[in-house]
Write a protein that binds this ligand. Structure first.
Ligand code: UT7
Length: 325
């Protein structure tokens, strides 16, 4: 038995914020952002939308593609760090929105690696027989967790959602392996200081901008390239493959320079690597399922293809998966 992806879906909010828009908000330039990140524009959710709204549309699209009714899902796991509420899980809101009445639902907090951590958990449930179909979602409204006066971070992120529907099936196609890693000693290089039990909600905390992302970008950059390369090689080696066997590499989309450095170290060609960071920026836990959906609809993922995916994010967390499409 393997967990096979039988449906993909994504949703990107309609509103586009370009680098030229950002030039009017902070001391930056289109040329600087493109040269350092490859990002040209990102999507921003409407004021009326919350993360579950984006996730529900992406999830419904994955169900529609597979022709599966919401009632036939056994579990919903969602990677997000910008959910509707601190608790309960946004996956529960999505479960109610979809009418997935028999599914249990919870969120995974692994920042930009959230989707792959969620996929790994869902795969374990299906492979142990605790369900036949699992919805795995990555969704974020990062525009509400960043300081729009901080040019170091606000140019990098965007909003969006993606989802895949997994089904336990006999055969060779499906998830071949998942590799997960964490290292909490790097926490303060990339985190949201407030508001939790460490820094509870307070007026002073709002004035100090604690509920916004804090990042030491160049330190994160170095560890990201190293970790993405290591965990991608780990996936290939564990399954007896090399980079030459990979049809598509679908990495977390944080920064074009990180992606180029990683693909170079892995010996992958441009044609093997899927990139859409120029259109959406870093949508954290949503980048990989959005990219999977786009790659599929562009005809880049064909039956039997070997698909490698890897992510890196706050925690630090990093992960990979190898999938036989
Ligand atoms: O998913 C994981 C989450 N995070 C990441 O993956 C982010 C990883 N890091 C990065 O992508 C890069 O480190 C950044 C894109 C954030 C920054 O690029 P960098 O090449 O590491 O630049 P830097 O931080 O070393 O800054 C270089 C200069 C600084 O000026 P000084 O001190 O040299 O005068 C910054 O103040 O660029 C300045 N700068 C900017 N200038 C114009 C920083 N942000 C901007 C900006 N526009 N938006």
């Amino acid at each position: 038995m393997k967990s096979r992806i039988i449906g993909t879906g994504s949703y990107l909010p309609e509103h586009i914020r370009t680098n030229y828009d950002l030039e009017k908000m902070v001391d930056t330039s289109h040329d600087w952002i493109v040269a350092r990140t490859g990002i040209e524009e990102r999507r921003i959710a409407a004021d009326s939308q919350c993360t579950s709204d984006l996730a529900t549309i992406a999830a419904q699209r994955a169900l529609d593609m597979a022709g599966v009714a919401a009632d036939d899902i056994d579990l919903i796991i969602m990677g997000t760090i910008t959910g509707d509420y601190p608790w309960p899980a946004t996956a529960c809101v999505v479960q109610a929105n979809l009418g997935a009445n028999k599914a249990f639902a919870y969120d995974v907090s692994a920042a930009c690696s959230g989707f792959l951590f969620a996929l790994s958990s869902a795969n374990d449930f299906l492979m142990s027989g605790r369900g036949k179909r699992a919805l795995v979602i990555g969704a974020e409204i990062f525009s509400r967790a960043i300081d729009w006066t901080d040019r170091n971070t606000c140019v990098l992120f965007g909003d969006g959602a993606g989802a895949v529907l997994l089904e336990a099936q006999e055969g060779d196609s499906g998830v071949l392996s998942c590799h997960l890693h964490s290292d909490g000693k790097y926490l303060e290089l990339l985190y949201q200081p407030g508001f939790g039990s460490r820094n509870p909600a307070s007026i002073e905390g709002i004035e100090a901008k604690l509920p916004f992302l804090k990042m030491q970008g160049n330190e994160v950059f170095k560890v990201a390239v190293r970790s993405l390369t290591q965990v991608s090689k780990e996936a290939l080696t564990a399954n007896g493959y090399t980079s030459a066997d990979v049809a598509q590499f679908i990495p977390h989309q944080a920064n074009l320079r990180i992606l180029e450095a990683t693909t170079k170290r892995l010996g992958l060609t441009k044609e093997q690597s899927f990139i859409n960071v120029h259109k959406y920026g870093n949508t954290s836990g949503a980048t990989i399922p959005i990219a999977l959906d786009e790659a599929y609809h562009q005809g880049l993922l064909k039956e039997g293809d070997l698909i490698l995916s890897a992510a890196f994010g706050g925690g630090f967390t990093w992960a990979s998966t190898l999938i036989r499409w």
